[in-house]
Design a protein. Structure first.
Lengths: 97, 242
C-alpha cells in the first residue's frame, strides 16, 4: 500500500471503530465530573497517542523476529475476528435495545 | 469551560491509557505495523484517529456518541473484514524488487540532474564524467538484476535492514534548483545511501551464499565505485566550503 492509502485506511478503521467505544465514555464521564473538557481532551489524546506508540513500537519490533508470512496470516485473522466481534456486539446491542 | 486542570488531565491520561492497553485499536496498530514498512505513518494515523474520535466524543457527549458509534461500527466491521482479506490475500512486490527499482530511479535521477548543476558552476570535469559514466552503468546493472528472479525468492526479502536502507533511496525534490552547496550535501547523502545498499546486498550474498557467486563480485565492484563517488562529491563540497 502506498503511504497515503495506508494513512487514510488506518485512520478510517481506527476512527470508526473507536467512536462510541469505552474510551469516549470514560472521557465523557470525566468531563462531566471535572467540568473542564479541555484537560480531559488533552489527557485522553496524550494517553491514546501513548497507547498507539506502544502498539506501533511493539509491532515494529516483532517484525524483526517473526517471519512476514506468519505475521500476515495472524494479522489477517485478527482483523477478521475483530470485524466479526464488532458485528456480533452490534447485533446484540440492537437486539437488546 | 476552558479551564486547564493538570490533575484532571493526568487522571484522564491514566484511565484512558489503561483502558486502551490491549484494546482492539492497539491490536490494529500492532498488526498493521508488523506487516507494513511504514511505522511512522501508522503511528500518525492511529493517534490522529483516536484523538479525533475522543475530541468528537467529548464534544457531543456520551449518549450521542454511543448512538453514532452504533451506526459507524457497522462500517468499521466492514472495514475490518476488508483489511483482513487484504492482508491475507494481497501480493506485494518482494522488497528486493522495490530496492532495485528505487536504485535505478535514484541513479538515473542523479544522471539527469547532476550534469546541469555542475555545468552551471563550471565544474563539469573529467572526474565528474567518470562518476556519471559509472552511475549509468549501475542503473543498467540493476535493470539486468531485475531479471534475476531467484533474488525475489531469496531470504534477503525477510531482511528488515534492506527495507530501512531502501527507504533512504530517494532524490531530494527540487534538487535541480537548490544552491550548489546544498545540492552537494544532498548528492553526498544520496550516494552514501546507494553505497550502503550495495554494501548490504554484497554482505548478504557473501555471508549467505557460500558458493562463489558472480553477483557477489559484481556488487563488491559497485560498492567500491560508489564509495569513490561519495569521496568525489565530498571533495568537491569541501573545496566549495574552503
Amino acid at each position: 500500500m502506498t503511504r497515503l492509502k495506508l494513512l487514510f485506511s488506518t485512520f478510517a478503521v481506527v476512527f470508526l471503530a473507536e467512536l462510541g467505544d469505552k474510551t469516549q465514555i470514560a472521557s465523557f464521564s470525566l468531563a462531566a465530573e471535572g467540568g473542564n473538557v479541555l484537560s480531559v481532551v488533552v489527557g485522553a489524546c496524550l494517553a491514546l497517542t501513548a497507547a498507539a506508540l506502544v502498539a506501533v513500537i511493539a509491532g515494529h519490533l516483532i517484525a524483526r523476529f517473526v517471519p512476514r508470512k506468519a505475521l500476515k496470516i495472524v494479522s489477517g485473522l485478527l482483523f477478521l475476528a475483530t470485524g466479526a466481534y464488532l458485528l456480533v456486539s452490534l447485533i446484540v446491542k440492537l437486539a437488546s435495545a | 469551560m476552558l479551564v486547564f486542570d493538570i490533575g484532571v488531565m493526568l487522571t484522564t491520561f491514566f484511565v484512558v491509557f489503561a483502558a486502551e492497553l490491549g484494546d482492539k485499536t492497539q491490536l490494529v496498530a500492532f498488526s498493521i505495523t508488523s506487516t507494513s514498512r511504514h511505522p511512522l505513518v501508522i503511528f500518525f494515523a492511529t493517534s490522529l484517529a483516536l484523538s479525533c474520535s475522543s475530541v468528537l466524543a467529548a464534544l457531543i457527549g456520551g449518549a450521542a456518541s454511543r448512538l453514532l458509534g452504533t451506526y459507524t461500527s457497522f462500517i468499521a466491521a466492514a472495514l475490518f473484514f476488508g483489511f483482513g482479506f487484504y492482508i491475507l490475500f494481497s501480493k506485494e512486490a518482494p522488497p528486493v524488487k522495490d530496492c532495485f527499482l528505487k536504485t535505478i530511479a535514484v541513479e538515473t535521477g542523479l544522471l539527469r540532474v547532476v550534469p546541469g548543476l555542475f555545468k552551471r558552476r563550471g565544474r563539469y570535469d573529467e572526474g565528474l564524467l567518470r562518476v556519471l559514466r559509472q552511475d549509468s552503468g549501475h542503473a543498467l546493472v540493476f535493470r539486468l538484476l531485475l531479471k534475476e528472479k531467484r533474488l525475489f525468492k531469496d531470504d534477503i526479502n525477510e531482511d528488515q535492514r534492506l527495507c530501512e536502507l531502501t527507504e533512504k533511496l530517494r532524490l531530494a525534490r527540487g534538487l535541480r534548483r537548490l544552491p550548489f552547496r546544498r545540492a552537494l550535501e544532498e548528492i553526498v547523502r544520496t550516494e552514501e545511501a546507494v553505497r550502503d545498499v550495495y554494501g548490504h546486498l554484497h554482505e548478504h550474498l557473501r555471508l549467505e551464499h557460500h558458493a562463489a557467486d558472480r553477483l557477489e563480485d559484481l556488487l563488491a565492484g559497485l560498492e567500491a565505485e560508489e564509495s569513490e563517488h561519495v569521496a568525489f562529491f565530498k571533495s568537491v563540497r569541501d573545496g566549495e566550503n574552503a
